[in-house]
Ligand binder design. Structure first.
Ligand code: IPM
Ligand code: MN
Length: 359
């Protein structure tokens, strides 16, 4: 089959990890006789440097017309330390999410058996942890009205949600729960926030349509603690934009490294696949960044395109690399492989139809 894939490497380690995913996808195309047409475009700080705009029109157009978007990372410290900067790299990603209508960000988190002892958490507490976070992505405080008073002495970010915005992602999360262990946890702050109360009310209403799914409600502060104490209790987590951002970084500790966590951002028309980690500027160009989060995001992309066996092949290759410790320094401190060598290994496993490497 033929697919057009927009590739947005972005900033920092974005280009080097995305390159490994493209390599892996090319191996998949060869093995399964597909045609993937990759087209690259700039976004984030790279796009500001080049065109003065974190999301140039040409990039947006390319994304709109492609079958899927593979996204690297975004962010540059030169903007983080300049509060008065008028344009910021992150605006590129936020606008892209909004323009493409990517309202649901899906972030699976699991504990890999061979990495249990690498997590700072107790192995017996995380063994078997397997959850998926449904983070609302185009609403809430990220997108509410923003202002700073003229005298610079106060600022405001408004948090707003409509019932419709809650419903559309809640249905996706309930459907996912039906296919999994049939438990959904809504994370909110309903003891304080009006928007959270609307989330609870809406989710309670929708839950009637999914009688097989057990619903639990947790305040976000408690949820942050539970994530560390007993992550196995979670199956599907549903939450608003900012809580989802924070909780998912926290949850990455369970997997042993944030460099392993993939995500899919979906809407009604377009879909974008990106690691949950950031641009890791300190590591840029050193060949130490873990490409697996990006490669697993590419596997989610294959699933999304209906290529199930292909996605499974990529996942098995990743499992093997982790089992054999063909890993970057975040996981393999003593004998680490470079970003590129991990990519090469995955490519060779996927191309190895005879099973030489596996056996
Ligand atoms: C993420 C990132 C982004 C977010 C930033 C880069 C805007 O942290 O995808 O989790 O906050 O959504
Ligand atoms: Mn984040």
């Amino acid at each position: 089959m033929k697919f057009n894939i927009a590739v947005l490497p972005g900033d920092g380690i974005g280009p080097e990890i995305t390159q490994q995913s493209v390599k892996v996808l090319r191996a998949v195309a060869d093995r399964f006789d597909h045609e993937f047409n990759f087209e690259e475009a700039v976004v984030g700080a790279a796009a500001i440097d080049l065109l003065g705009d974190p999301l140039p029109e040409t990039t947006l157009e390319l994304c709109k017309k492609s079958d899927a978007v593979l996204f690297g990372a975004i962010g540059d410290p030169k903007y983080d330390n300049d509060p008065s900067a008028k344009v910021r790299p992150e605006q590129g990603l936020l606008k892209l999410r909004k323009e493409l209508g990517l309202f649901a960000n899906i972030r699976p988190v699991r504990a890999y058996e061979s990495l249990l002892h690498k997590s700072p958490l107790k192995p017996e507490n995380i063994e078997g942890a397997d959850m998926v976070i449904y983070r609302e992505l185009t609403g809430g405080i990220y997108f509410g009205e923003k202002s700073t008073a003229e005298d610079g002495k106060s600022a405001s970010d408004l948090c707003t949600y409509s019932v419709e915005e809650i419903e559309r992602i809640a249905h996706l999360a309930f459907k996912a729960a039906q296919e999994r262990r049939k438990k959904l946890t809504l994370i909110d702050k309903a003891n304080v926030l009006e928007t959270s109360r609307l989330w609870r009310k809406t989710v309670a209403e929708i839950s009637k349509e999914y009688p097989g799914v057990k619903v639990e409600y947790l305040f976000v502060d408690n949820a942050a603690m539970q994530m560390i104490l007993d992550p196995k209790q979670f199956d599907v987590i549903l939450t608003e934009n900012m809580f989802g951002d924070i909780i998912s970084d926290e949850a990455s500790v369970i997997g042993g490294s944030i460099g392993l966590l993939e995500s899919a951002s979906v809407g009604t028309k377009n879909a974008l696949f990106e690691p949950i980690h950031g641009s890791y500027p300190q590591a840029t160009g050193q060949g130490i960044a873990n490409p697996i989060a990006s490669v697993l995001s590419a596997a989610m992309m294959l699933n999304h395109l209906g290529l199930k066996e292909e996605a499974e092949t990529v996942r098995l290759a990743v499992d093997l690399s982790i089992k054999l410790n063909v890993c970057t320094i975040d996981i393999n401190k003593d004998n680490h492989y470079s970003t590129e060598r991990v990519g090469d290994f995955l490519e060779s496993v996927i191309s190895d139809t005879e099973g030489h490497i596996v056996n």
